[in-house]
Design a protein around this ligand. Structure first.
Ligand code: ADP
Ligand code: MG
Length: 728
């Protein structure tokens, strides 16, 4: 057996759970390493505290003088917790988080030193930004980007470093990160939703988007993972025959969590508690060694930061437990992939969840308004939502086992479908008093049942209403939630603005009463949004055909899906709402296309290497053993040897056939890459990688997986699926 595989299996079989003592109660340690309100009260002057709280609640600016007070307080707090360094923490478009640590320590001459951290250092920094993706925004001679403090997400300590959440923008003000457009989109939806809320309640001053993500992941023994060059370099397996036992038995889902994984989770949850990430649920997922972690939902910006932070610390803590976390959307072919459901809602400063069906007719009308407007927004901009979740890795997951397809649709359940049907059939124009009463009664009567009946586990729906929130399920496990959240909040903001405009027009020009006007516009929306509503099986071919008839997009690959981002209408949408200007939209498109190309390119190289340098030589070795055997038989039996060597001869032939196929496919793939690398048009290049290089992966894999079934297990160089997936 290959030494690497042999060693890995031996090491992994010896592992014991590493128990980290967590004697303290969760509630006691929650937020201990966060510069939260309690810490601020202790370390800040009253003016400084008020200034931060106002910045969070109203988005007001913090002046430089006060920033000095804040930085001093923050530093004192951090040092009291053992911090020695600080960093501006940000989320560049690489998908990872970035930080550059500076010590508080400064010399002041005469051999003396102090701990220093001024307002200037808190508010703004200039990391050497030229190596982060920028899509041509910064050309080299003005390769300056700066990070700026985001007071709406609290500073925290990780290890011995004070981390300050920041945005990352170019010298000319364009966003170079995920957070900046998100903050702008949240502002846009806040403004638009507050304006609509005023129809129902004049006291609403602020609407927050909330996000509750559910992070799925695989935990693989670190030695086993390290023995697979494909996992090490691409985060997924490029080869490997499915094990005799897969997930068919469904015995992993919600089963008891294995001890080693449990120890890891407890350790991880402790760390989350200290960092103020309110994790609440954990369970096994459908596939073997697949798990999920979900927090209590939070304001969207904070939730996004917390998810990025979580993905970081998951890897760090996994090292302590000899695990590798696979965040990839499809680490194993034929096995369930990983997603990151984004539960989303809107709630007011008066404490109302706008997507929760209320108890009184008035609050139901408000609920219906936000519910129907969201559906309409998805209907109008389904292609943008698809683009928001597009990535090379998510392409493997969409439409495969238990994952939503690439067609965006909305699931609302039977009860709400009925409510919408009834609302639609109310006669045109003004509502008669009877109709109004009927409708209200119906709506009131129906909605509580929705909650009871909400047992939908139709996992095929990419966007489902689940009682008091929408669940965007197509988001990939590896993704930064900021991107889908930016798009969702922007399209809903745009929709609410249009809605308000239409309602106001009916009130002003047709002298309609407010309720009637709202009903009328909503009824039109129900009619025009029908195409997006789908309750059936999203996996079926029938749905694909039906969706096409309905005019819904079905962009199966990332290069196809991303195109809509640079359509004139999309650029105008983001520009008009102040979320991204045209330079930012175009830059992002370019970055994502480039990332796609790189991704496929790396996978292709790795696959070529493994196939040629690991698989083919192993096949040759085994074939030689067979040949030796056949020659031996010939020596013993002479001309009659064939009677005893049928199987062997057939295997020898088959092996030759697979070796030949692999070699010629790898050559074909390498040639395709070479010619595409000369291509300067980024779209042609991305489509080429998608349609000429990527399809060869499957073909190469086919032959390698066949060989895996033929060749002596002792010789096989790669750790097998059953070893990766069933080692606990
Ligand atoms: P699952 O989809 O796994 O069955 P649930 O439907 O119970 O789980 O969804 C739980 C997730 O929904 C949690 O992460 C929770 O924080 C989130 N959630 C609940 N209410 C809201 C809300 N109003 N806004 C955003 N997320 C929410
Ligand atoms: Mg869910």
């Amino acid at each position: 057996m290959s030494t690497l595989r042999f060693h890995a299996i031996k090491e992994s079989s010896k592992r014991k759970p590493i128990i980290i003592k967590d004697e303290k109660r969760r509630s006691e340690i929650f937020g201990q390493n966060v510069f939260n309100e309690a810490a601020m009260r202790q370390y800040l002057t009253k003016t400084a505290l008020t200034s931060i709280l106002e910045a969070v609640e109203k988005g007001t600016k913090i002046n430089r003088l006060i920033a000095d007070h804040i930085s001093t307080g923050m530093k004192e707090w951090a040092i009291s917790k053992g911090a020695t360094h600080y960093t501006h923490w940000f989320q560049p478009l690489t998908g990872a988080t970035a930080e550059k640590h500076d010590a508080f320590f400064e010399t002041i001459g005469d051999g003396l030193a102090i701990e220093k951290f001024g307002g200037n250092q808190l508010v703004q920094q200039e990391p050497d930004a030229s190596s982060f993706p920028h899509g041509g925004i910064r050309n080299t001679f003005e390769a300056r980007g700066y990070t700026a403090w985001d007071p709406t997400s609290p500073a925290f300590i990780y290890g011995t470093t004070l981390c300050i959440p920041t945005v990352f923008v170019s010298y000319t003000g364009e966003a170079l990160d995920y957070k900046t457009p998100l903050l702008r989109a949240l502002q846009a939806v806040d403004n638009a939703a507050v304006a609509v809320c005023k129809y129902f309640d004049k006291n609403v001053k602020k609407v927050n988007a909330s996000l509750g993500w559910e992070q799925e992941y695989f935990l693989i023994d670190s030695d086993l993972a390290a023995s697979r060059p494909d996992i090490v370099l691409t985060g997924r397996t490029l080869l490997g025959h499915s094990p005799a036992k897969g997930q068919q038995l469904d015995d992993h889902y919600f089963g008891t969590i294995p001890n080693r994984a449990m120890a890891y989770m407890r350790d991880l949850e402790n760390e989350c508690m200290l960092l103020g990430i309110p994790v609440k649920t954990r369970h096994n997922e459908v596939a073997p060694n697949q798990f999920e972690l979900a927090p209590i939902y939070e304001e969207a910006n904070l939730a996004v930061d917390h998810n990025s932070l979580l993905m970081d610390i998951m890897q760090k803590i996994a090292k302590r437990h000899n695990f590798k976390v696979l965040m990839h959307e499809k680490p194993f072919a034929g096995v369930n992939g990983s997603g990151k459901h984004n539960n989303w809602s809107l709630s007011t400063n008066t404490g109302v969840n706008l997507l929760s069906p209320g108890k009184t007719p008035m609050s139901n009308l408000q609920f219906l308004t936000f519910f129907i407007n969201t559906i309409k927004a998805v209907q109008t901009h389904e292609e943008l939502l698809r683009a928001a979740i597009a990535s090379a890795s998510n392409d493997h997951r969409l439409g495969a086992n238990e994952a939503p397809p690439a067609i965006i649709s909305v699931f609302i359940g039977e009860q709400l479908t009925k409510v919408l049907d009834e609302l639609e059939t109310v006669t045109k124009g003004k509502l008669s008093p009877k109709e109004k009463t009927d409708l209200k009664l119906n709506v009131v009567g129906k909605i509580p049942e929705v909650i009871l009946d909400n047992t939908d586990r139709n996992r095929t729906s990419p966007f489902a209403f689940t009682g008091n929130k929408f669940e965007f399920r197509a988001v990939g496990s590896k993704a930064n939630c900021a991107n889908p959240m930016t798009v969702l909040n922007t399209i809903v903001a745009k929709q609410l603005i249009d809605f308000k405009h239409e309602v106001d027009e009916l009130i002003d020009k047709k002298s309609m009463k407010k309720d009637d006007a709202v009903f009328n516009v909503l009824r039109e929306y129900i009619k025009t949004s029908k195409a997006i509503l789908f309750e059936g099986n999203g996996y079926s071919d029938a749905w694909e055909k039906e969706a096409k008839k309905r005019g819904l997009s079905n962009n199966k690959t990332t290069p196809e899906a991303l195109k809509i981002k640079v359509a004139k209408s999309s650029i105008a949408l983001f520009e008009n709402l102040g979320v991204m200007n045209n330079v930012e939209s175009e830059a992002r498109y370019e970055i994502e296309m480039e990332e796609y190309i790189l991704h496929i390119q790396i996978e292709s190289r790795v696959l070529g290497d493994i196939a040629r340098n690991h698989i083919v030589p192993t096949a040759v070795r085994y074939q030689n053993i067979l040949i030796e055997n056949v020659t031996g038989l010939k020596t013993i039996y002479g001309d009659k040897f064939k009677n005893f060597a049928k199987e062997q001869l057939s295997l020898i032939e088959q092996i030759s056939h697979h070796i030949e196929a692999i070699n010629s496919l790898v050559t074909k793939m390498t040639d395709a890459r070479k010619s595409l690398n000369k291509q300067s048009d980024i779209e042609k290049k991305a489509h080429g990688y998608c349609n000429k290089v990527k399809p060869l992966f499957e073909d190469i894999r086919y032959h390698s997986d066949k060989l895996e079934l033929m060749i002596d297990d002792e010789l096989w160089p790669l750790t097998k699926y059953r070893e990766l997936l069933f080692t606990k």
